[in-house]
Design a binder for this molecule. Sequence first.
Ligand code: SF4
Length: 383
Amino acid sequence: MTTTNDLGLYVHVPFCRGKCSYCDFLSFACQNDQLLKEYARALAVEMRTRRQDVEGYSVDSVFIGGGTPSLMPIESFQLLMREVRDNFHVEEGAEITVEVNPASLTREKLEMYRECGINRLSIGVQSFDNRTLRILGRLHDKNEAFNMIQTARKAGFDNINIDLIFGVPTQTLKNWIDTVRQGIFLQPEHISLYSLQLEKGTDLYRRVYDEESLNAVPEIVDREMYHDAVTLLKGAGYHHYEISNAALPGYESRHNTKYWSYQEYLGLGLGASSFFRGQRFKNHEKMSRYIKAIKENKPPVDEDSIEKYTEREEMGIYVFTGLRKAEGVNLKEFRDRFGVDLFTVYDPAILRRHKGMINLYDDQLYLTEAGMDVSNRIMAEFV
Ligand code: SF4
């Protein structure tokens, strides 16, 4: 097989032990191993249906996310990884991440992950404050998260991400900063910081906006939380390489960087998104439709999801996602890709309007730290 193009592979596992109070991801509460086993077999079939399509591609990152992939029984996970390697050309040294939840991770699973070639763990810690964890409806406490990181180290993982979340009702600036400090103390190679979005239909949204039994964190406090966390992380040697992500040098996530760098990725599993061979599309979000396609041995793509963006819209995606990265967007690469200069498409006055927030230096257009604090406002200029 001639391999020319790099590809990221995303595998979605849409099951969790329970539903967190803030979650509007495509995931379902599941207590049943049988369902997980059947789903893994369906994923295996989907991978086989994609074998022909990925001729000429070389997979340099695999991300098994969810949901809670660490719920998957050992033999089902092993099946998944065998099928990944049998159906895709996975490069030697590819970044292979699995998302894990401290409530469903065991030493035995960690050892199996190592044997399967998983070389990066992304742990859904969210907080080291038990009250915040309860408000979020997480099924683990801070000690379990703490112990799991240490167990992962003992199992040999030397590339660990932890997810932390801020702007949670009842969370104060002080207890958020304590969480960040404890995270830094554990020295994970990568830390993701997410600002909580209260989404309609979630339990937390209902408690804040319908029952009014909890108060949303004011925007100004949310921004202070973000700003102070980034300052702490930078002071501890982390590279704040993307709006929501910081890593020790050399540990920036290869897979996630694809999403911000206009690179191709193929999503497998229920509702997974792809940007592949110039098309953006999603798999079916309804399990019955997903399984029907699998039974017919067809890629389970939802035809209605195939996006047909104009060239101008693609430019917007390129700039919008690229500006999430600290390095921003390179004007020459933009010109090479789209055949026009960026500032013939967008008004150069944007630079004046957001002085101090967005800079152009040596052909590189990027947000300053102050710009990242208010990124949505600036990025809106490019869509
Ligand atoms: S573990 Fe993640 S995907 Fe599952 S319910 Fe909680 S937030 Fe949602």
